[in-house]
Write a protein that binds this ligand. Structure first.
Ligand SMILES: Cc1cc2nc3c(=O)[nH]c(=O)nc-3n(C[C@H](O)[C@H](O)[C@H](O)COP(=O)(O)OP(=O)(O)OC[C@H]3O[C@@H](n4cnc5c(N)ncnc54)[C@H](O)[C@@H]3O)c2cc1C
Length: 512
């Protein structure tokens, strides 16, 4: 059977499944005292301004007919699993429909459908938005995960990465050829959110942030067009998607620059008792300020569930353990570490997924972040003082080093504006029992309210969990007016607003 007839058969099968789902949705409404999510049963949905929208079965069928992928309704067997996000805090969001798009044309059709019916839309890749922006209550989720192919051109050192790919798939595909690009440190994170918002990672000090390695994109804009954007075509859009997040459209493909690296890198960790915390912090700030690009140095303060609190100096090195040991020689001034220090080589793809299990899907997470542009011992001492107050079990504070090649890119070169940042401070906690959430969040907020004013560098939009959504202008700084111009050109009605929103001219921020 030829490929097209096969596809046709799949489409017919999906259409029948959808008809079944629609029939059962109607049956539930008619045949039971169903009082729950009426929009799902009756195909009631939420409009993009929070208004109510009713979709006829014929309209939903039309959407399904226009897609190679599938439309899931709340009654569809896969709906429940598909709708869930990484952060369990947001698993109360129930979209009216999920369009599991399979091609760029599907994305266009889903966008046009949402426009025609005035629907609230969320765009989902890896689902790792800390604040649950890749889903929505009652709207349409455009789920990109089936557009996850990674094609590597080893000779050209480039990769075409589908807008729904996970980082683990990208790293695995490129490292087959000894090539990599900057990507985040958890393999189940998606490229869609990460690469449009900035992209920190183990290689950022060597090769710049992920946005610095995007050579071009294909993007579906709010009017349903599929545009190429690169240095010569739609250059304004190309500039904006490299840091402006999901504000400008849905990226269906990223063309990434790759770099040759050895299959193995070095990873290290030294823990010290809290009695040495001030010395360790001072050492960290001095040492990291002078570290070469290939070495990244992080500082951590941990309140463990059990046992003694510790501080740690850890990180990675793009090179051998022997070379790393030499560079890290000065750390000996801090005396004997507690526990077993680690300094060893590990395959790059393995270290890139080493933290996956500790950050499982469905856990409950809360984090606050800020950038710091200078090594500042006053800030260091203040952080130590705040963290020494009555311990909150499981609370972590980390300084992760930025700088390097990413910081040498001029601020105006891409929309990502936090170039001067040398450190990112992150205060975070996680929990399993949802009942613990309010108290933990309150405690983290209290501590953060004390720490944040002492920092001086804005924040990373991709790590925003509870930052002020009205701070876009401040955070994007000199790039903000240009972002507003480009947003107004490509998305004048603020159709894409479930993101760190850049509001087009003559619009006020959406509340959905
Ligand atoms: C465990 C964990 C580890 C992380 N580690 C890092 C890290 O090392 N480095 C780092 O930089 N960040 C890191 N982050 C933050 C991460 O970059 C953001 O959470 C990012 O939004 C995740 O992308 P996603 O595709 O998984 O998210 P999703 O939740 O699927 O999407 C988030 C938003 O991105 C936009 N979006 C998604 N797909 C597309 C697309 N194809 N086109 C246009 N817009 C799109 C939408 O606005 C959407 O609301 C981490 C997050 C988590 C939860």
């Amino acid at each position: 059977m030829d490929r097209f007839r096969q596809l046709d058969r799949h489409r017919v099968a999906r259409r029948e499944a959808l008809k079944g789902a629609l029939r059962s949705a109607v049956a539930i409404t008619a045949g039971s005292a169903f009082t729950g999510r009426a929009y799902a049963a009756e195909t009631k949905a939420t409009g993009y301004k929070g208004n109510k929208v009713t979709l006829s079965d014929a309209a939903v069928m039309d959407l399904q007919k226009s897609l190679r992928g599938a439309v899931l309704l709340p009654t569809s067997p896969d709906y429940e699993e598909t709708r869930k996000l990484w952060n369990g805090e947001f698993n109360n969001l129930n979209p009216a429909m999920i369009a599991k798009v399979a091609t760029a044309e599907d994305v266009q059709n889903a966008v046009r459908f949402a426009r025609a019916h005035d629907l609230l839309v969320a765009v989902r890749c890896g689902g790792h938005s800390y604040m649950g922006q890749s889903s929505c209550d009652g709207g349409l989720v455009i789920d990109m995960r089936a557009i996850g192919d990674v094609q590597v051109d080893a000779a050209a050192k480039t990769a075409r990465v589908g807008g729904g790919a996970l980082l683990g798939a990208m790293d695995a595909a490129t490292m087959k050829y000894g090539l990599a690009t900057t990507a985040g440190v958890i393999a189940h994170t998606g490229i869609g959110g990460l690469a449009t918002g900035g992209g920190q990672g183990r290689l950022q000090r060597n090769f710049g942030m992920t946005v610095d390695n995007i050579r071009g994109v294909e993007v579906v804009t709010a009017d349903g067009r599929l545009l190429k954007a690169n240095a010569t075509e739609n250059a304004d859009l190309y500039w904006a998607v490299r840091g402006g997040g999901g504000n400008f459209g849905i990226v269906t493909a990223f063309d990434m620059q790759l770099h040759a690296i050895d299959p193995k890198v070095t990873s290290y960790n030294f823990a010290f008792p809290m009695s040495r915390v001030k010395d360790a912090m001072k050492f960290y700030l001095d040492f990291s300020a002078n570290a070469p690009d290939s070495l990244s140095v992080s500082f951590g303060l941990r309140s463990p569930e059990k046992g003694e609190a510790t501080c740690s100096i850890s990180g990675g090195f793009i090179g051998t353990p022997q070379a790393a040991e030499k560079l890290l020689e000065p750390i000996k001034v801090l005396g004997t570490p507690v526990g077993t220090p680690r300094l060893s080589d590990i395959e790059y793809v393995k270290i890139q997924s080493a933290g996956d299990a500790a950050n499982p899907h469905g856990g409950h997470y809360y984090m606050r972040v800020a950038y710091q542009n200078t090594p500042d011992m006053k800030l260091g001492e203040h952080v130590i003082e705040v963290m020494s107050r009555a311990p909150v079990p499981g609370l972590n504070l980390g300084f992760s080093q930025q700088g390097g090649a990413g910081a040498r890119v001029p601020v105006e070169a891409t929309a990502y504006a936090n170039r001067p940042a040398q450190y990112q401070l992150a205060l975070q906690t996680k929990w399993e029992d949802p009942a613990q959430g309010p108290d933990l969040i309150k405690k983290v907020r209290e501590r953060w309210n004390d720490i944040k004013p002492a920092t001086n560098g804005g924040f990373y939009v991709n790590h925003a969990a509870d930052e002020d959504m009205n701070e876009a202008a401040k955070n994007y700084g000199a790039n903000y007016p240009r972002l507003v111009e480009i947003k107004t050109k490509y998305d004048p009605t603020n159709f894409f607003h479930r993101n760190f929103n850049i509001v087009p001219k003559k619009q006020s921020a959406q509340k959905t």
